[in-house]
Design a protein around this ligand. Structure first.
Ligand SMILES: Cc1cc2nc3c(=O)[nH]c(=O)nc-3n(C[C@H](O)[C@H](O)[C@H](O)COP(=O)(O)OP(=O)(O)OC[C@H]3O[C@@H](n4cnc5c(N)ncnc54)[C@H](O)[C@@H]3O)c2cc1C
Length: 397
């Protein structure tokens, strides 16, 4: 049996930023991760030593200051990779590319904009707030599909206050960046020679509590910690807390989850006629978005990850649609990889539920962090992770 000051469950961005902060002052910290790799939604697939492609998150910004500060503590801030400026296009059912501006009705936007800007986002959904900003036609044609591409799910009911939350920037870092080996490389840099320990392949199945703290079970192995931080998908956190903190678990269990099916392909450069692009937005298509490797170009390869809506196409159907959009035969694909990403799908009411769950834990030695508490982005997760780590550090006992 192992004893630690803190146990962190989940080694995605939330868990690793929290662990780094908890361990900074010398406390002992163990991170337990179910998968065989760290990263969660940050998943840099590496089919060759010299090539990676993002199957999950792809872009980080200098407004993700708590993430950058954790990297700075490890002396690795200098390894950020700049993302080249390439744009996004819509792709029509026939496979034609269309600039986002071509879908904007300027007259409608001009009518709404002067009044739309000054309304509060709290209590409004993305569809309500942004339809008020640019008009419902512009929302339907342009913003709705663009936001669905960002969130890998229908964006209409998402709380407006959780999308593009303003955060202070670290001005010395590039505005948009990734890392050597992809964003997963950035998280790996947080773990290398870190003052905390990480165990992968460790799926937590139960949590108990006694006078000395928490007892966390992986199979038949127990890990003990005085304080506990859960950095898990919301449905997993709800299940693990059902007996111990039923009032909190009841609130978390009300968050729906969605899946999006990622399929990445790598092909020789020069095979597709697509211009360099950061990504594609699918409007009424089988996919929400396509993310490319073009912002960090490779000399001889190009890579595309299609984020498909769940349950529409099988693997053969996905490969056929990808080949159609890229304008190549699928026999040109050198490497192919599939994964499923799971995300919370909050509506406006879930912002209140998240606040209630956090309030219930205000004086408890248990903290919740993750992408269901104040927004979905890595920056939102990192911000929450630092707030909760600081709260646990200051809690007496
Ligand atoms: C396709 C996609 C694209 C995205 N693009 C961007 C982007 O470009 N920029 C951006 O800022 N954000 C982006 N996001 C959002 C962002 O990546 C995520 O919201 C964020 O990384 C979530 O981090 P997390 O640590 O809270 O959760 P997760 O990444 O979900 O991590 C939770 C971890 O808990 C582990 N776990 C689960 N159950 C157990 C258990 N029982 N025991 C132990 N461990 C367990 C999981 O294996 C996982 O590693 C994207 C998300 C997706 C899916």
């Amino acid at each position: 049996m192992d004893h630690f000051d803190y146990i962190v469950v989940g080694a995605g961005a939330s868990g690793l930023v929290a662990a780094a902060r908890l361990a900074r002052g010398g406390a002992s910290v163990r991170v337990l991760e179910a998968a065989d790799r760290l990263g969660g939604c940050i998943h840099s697939w590496r089919p060759r030593d010299d090539f990676w492609l993002e199957l999950g998150a792809h872009t980080a910004y200098n407004s993700y200051a708590p993430l950058l500060e954790a990297l700075e503590d490890r002396g690795r801030l200098g390894e950020l990779l700049l993302r080249e400026k390439v744009g996004y296009r819509f792709v029509t059912a026939e496979g034609h590319l269309q600039s986002p501006m071509a879908r904007l009705n300027f007259l409608e936007a001009a009518l709404f904009l002067p009044f739309g800007l000054f309304r509060a986002k709290a209590g409004r959904s993305v569809a309500q707030w942004f339809s008020g900003l640019l008009g419902s036609g512009n929302y339907r044609r342009l913003l709705g599909p663009a936001f669905a591409a960002v969130l890998s799910q229908r964006a209409d009911d998402f709380p407006a206050q959780w999308l593009f939350r303003k955060k202070p920037r670290m001005r010395t870092a590039p505005r948009k960046f990734t890392f050597s080996g992809g964003l997963q490389g950035l998280l790996e840099a947080l773990v290398e020679n870190a003052p905390f320990s990480l165990r992968t392949g460790a799926q937590v199945r139960a949590i108990q509590r006694d006078d000395s703290g928490f007892r966390v079970w992986v199979g038949e192995t127990e890990t003990r910690g005085k304080k506990l931080l859960l950095a898990l998908p919301v449905d997993v956190a709800a299940a693990l807390l059902a007996d111990l903190y039923p009032e909190v678990a009841r609130r978390l269990a009300r968050f729906p989850m969605v899946a999006s099916e990622a399929l990445g392909v790598v092909l020789p450069a020069g095979k597709t006629a697509l211009p360099p692009l950061a990504g594609l937005i699918g409007a009424d298509d089988s996919f929400w978005s396509v993310v490319t490797r073009d912002p960090v170009p490779h000399a001889s390869l190009r890579g595309y990850t299609f984020h498909f809506r769940p349950g529409i196409l099988d693997r053969a159907g996905k490969l056929a649609r990808i080949a159609q959009v890229l304008g190549v035969a699928s026999s040109e694909f050198l490497h192919v990889e599939e994964t499923v990403n799971r995300l919370p799908a909050p509506g406006v009411e879930h912002a209140d539920l998240a606040g209630e769950a956090l309030a219930l834990l205000e004086r408890e030695p248990l903290a919740l962090v993750g992408n269901y508490l104040n927004g979905l982005s890595i920056g939102d997760c990192a911000e929450r992770a630092v707030i909760e780590a600081e709260r646990l550090l200051q809690l007496q006992g």
